[in-house]
Design a binder for this molecule. Structure first.
Ligand code: NAP
Length: 475
């Protein structure tokens, strides 16, 4: 991968020092740190390097820096680019933390090779180590989101002792990649979850409704991607950059819900602005890719596009109308008030994750794009906020990257977001039709931040906060 961006564009951001209330981020000292702070910090929070990129090796960092220079025009000369790549690879790539986290046998506190800590019990260095790992099940592993989950678990060196890929009976024995390994898919219905610590559930609402409570009862924490449990008051709905503290609520049912893909990227962008100027109302129009509707939907766009060129008949199956070279202003079913369920989800999920007082209205549209959701967002604030202030706040917010150059191509499109972890914000401008109004364009990879990545970030949150213990190690 991919992720993040190391550098950017002081010119975009009109970069100045971070706002007074922002949490200072301290990166590891070392040669090149000043270049990282000067260039990377000009566009996004330095937190982003720590949170999202433990898996980029020197080649990966180099690709990211090169992309920022070539694709987005970051004003970094060759010497600085090299200093940045060297610093990041040495301090934050997998080469910097090659050893998996370990446990001290005396005090059971985790430690890593890159950041050794003294034993809590003795205050001295460790005299023994135990590999710390979790047993992880991915349900829906053959699907769009499940495959992405396996990729991300491997990329981030998630501390898993064992990863099992589960799907329907149809997929028994199908081979699927997990990093450099190949897993054989097993059937959900025959699997014994008693040894599983974390279950990443991504097989649709009907499967979640039946199976998530059973899996939780077997002792695993279920992180559920479907809409089935999102609106249950005993189930936390989490986007780690926004409401990580709410994750402790998982104990009631043993289930944590992942939001709808359009909601996830939206709240990542809204949260820092809400903290600064208090959002009253949001009007959002989405441009959602077909991958948000599953693998069959991607096949349908592909086959219909081919059929157009071959002058074959087009018969919509997954979508209500032709999607190739078209737009469909309906996602999910209609509700009594004329809105669709997808639009309703964005309203209630934003309230649950961010603030119940925020008013939101949405129009959700399916577009003939394979991966990457885009959103045109208009926001009305209670307090004044300028375009420059908004840009600065977003630039420093976890998970956000501002690409906002007022020239042709100076914004991010869904195609460029594919495989990336960030929520990209472009086209930030005043909405003069309301008092304290802003308009902006928000783009992210729906299979990543909108689904798989967010779920894995939730799992990491549980581990980092020591809210779960690996069963085998606890026994
Ligand atoms: N795509 C997104 O952007 C996105 C974002 C947020 C949330 N979600 C949610 O994530 C879930 C999965 O979405 P997706 O896009 O990955 O769908 P998908 O590509 O259609 O994949 C569905 C997966 O579910 C499995 N499955 C279906 N019925 C099953 C059963 N009875 N038992 C066990 N496994 C079963 C399928 O296995 P087989 O291959 O064996 O049929 C496949 O692995 C959905 O709930 C969706 O709403 C998706």
């Amino acid at each position: 991968m991919r992720v993040v961006v190391v550098a950017m564009i002081a010119a975009f951001a009109g970069a100045t020092a971070a706002g007074a209330e922002e949490r200072p981020v301290e990166l590891k000292p070392g040669p090149g740190l000043d270049k990282v702070e000067g260039h990377c910090g000009a566009c996004h929070s330095l937190d982003y390097i720590q949170i999202n990129s433990p898996f980029l090796n020197a080649a990966g960092w180099n690709a990211e820096v090169t992309k920022m220079i070539n694709a987005f025009g970051a004003p970094i000369d060759a010497a600085d680019a090299k200093a940045i790549v060297d610093y990041l690879a040495k301090n934050y790539g997998p080469e910097a933390a090659a050893a998996p986290p370990t446990l001290c046998l005396r005090c059971f506190s985790p430690r890593s090779a890159s950041a050794p800590a003294p034993c809590r019990a003795t205050g001295r260095s460790f005299d023994g180590e135990l590999t710390m790992g979790y047993n992880v099940a991915v349900v829906g592993a053959t699907g769009n989101v499940g495959r992405e989950m396996l990729d991300i678990l491997a990329e981030r060196s998630f501390p898993a002792d064992e990863v099992v890929a589960l799907a329907s009976r149809r997929s028994i024995g199908v081979e699927i990649s997990y990093g450099e390994r190949t897993l054989k898919v097993k059937a959900l219905e025959h699997y014994d979850f008693s040894g599983v610590d974390i279950c990443l559930m991504s097989a649709g609402s009907a499967v979640s409704k039946e199976w998530s409570p059973k899996i939780a009862a077997a002792g695993a924490v279920v992180i559920d991607n479907s809409s089935c449990w999102r609106y249950d008051s005993d189930v936390p709905l989490i986007v780690p950059e926004v409401n990580a503290d709410a994750v402790t609520g998982f104990r009631k049912r043993g289930i944590i819900a992942n939001p709808n893909c359009s909601t996830a990227q939206l709240v990542v962008a809204l949260k820092p602005l809400h903290d600064r100027a208090k959002i009253k109302r949001v009007v959002v129009a989405t441009y959602q890719s077909v991958s948000g509707a599953g693998k069959e939907a991607m096949d349908e766009l592909f086959s219909q596009t081919k059929a157009v060129f071959q002058i074959d008949e087009i018969v919509p199956k997954k979508f209500p109308k032709r999607i190739a070279f078209n737009l469909i202003p309906q996602i999910d079913t209609f509700m009594e008030d004329g809105y669709t369920r997808e639009e309703w989800k964005m309203v209630v999920e934003t309230k649950k994750i961010l603030d119940p007082k925020i008013k939101l209205t949405a129009t959700c549209v399916r577009v003939p794009v394979f991966i990457g959701h885009s959103e045109a967002v208009n926001i009305e604030f209670e307090n004044p906020i300028t375009v420059d202030e908004a840009r600065e706040v977003l630039r420093n917010a976890p998970g956000c990257i501002v690409i906002d150059k007022h020239e042709p191509g100076g914004y991010v499109t869904p195609y460029e977001s594919v495989g990336e972890d960030a929520t990209y914000i472009s086209r930030i401008r005043e909405d003069a039709t309301v008092e304290n109004g802003l308009a902006m364009w928000v783009v992210s990879d729906n299979l990543r931040k909108g689904a798989a990545l967010n779920a894995i970030q939730i799992a990491e949150c549980l581990i980092n906060r020591k809210l779960i213990t690996a069963k085998q190690k606890a026994a």
